[in-house]
Design a binder for this molecule. Structure first.
Ligand SMILES: [Zn+2]
Length: 118
């Protein structure tokens, strides 16, 4: 069995989300939220996703605009490229990409966390 080497995914997993600020700006919070930044498989445009609620936010300026990702149902057209048959990319955007992207404000920390391991 081989261990997949996906440097980008590893970095993305170290993202720390500021649930408070997401909530303050109108995001739905359930208490056991699992946020991630996902990318359009076609254009790499970024979306904020809460896997616990299957909630997809597509407008960093307006958290009231969101849709639910339901198994077997098509997603609304990608807000970035207009693609109709898009999916979340299997490669999560890396930390640097997120930090310089439209969703940078949802991150609690903008520093790398690898230093915590002594
Ligand atoms: Zn797209």
């Amino acid at each position: 069995m081989s261990i997949p080497l996906d440097f980008d995914a590893g970095l993305a997993m170290s993202l720390t989300f500021d649930v408070e600020i997401i909530s303050d700006r109108g995001g739905n919070i359930c208490g056991s939220d699992r946020f991630s930044i996902e990318a359009c498989s076609q254009c790499q445009g970024q979306y904020l996703y809460n896997d616990e609620l299957k909630d997809v936010y597509f407008d960093p300026e307006d958290m009231s605009r969101h849709f639910f990702k339901i198994e077997g149902m098509d997603l609304p057209p990608c807000r970035y490229c207009g693609g109709l048959n898009w999916q979340f990319s299997s490669n999560l955007p890396g930390q640097t990409v997120v930090q310089t992207g439209p969703w940078a404000w949802v991150l609690k920390s903008r520093v790398f966390t690898f230093d915590d391991i002594d």
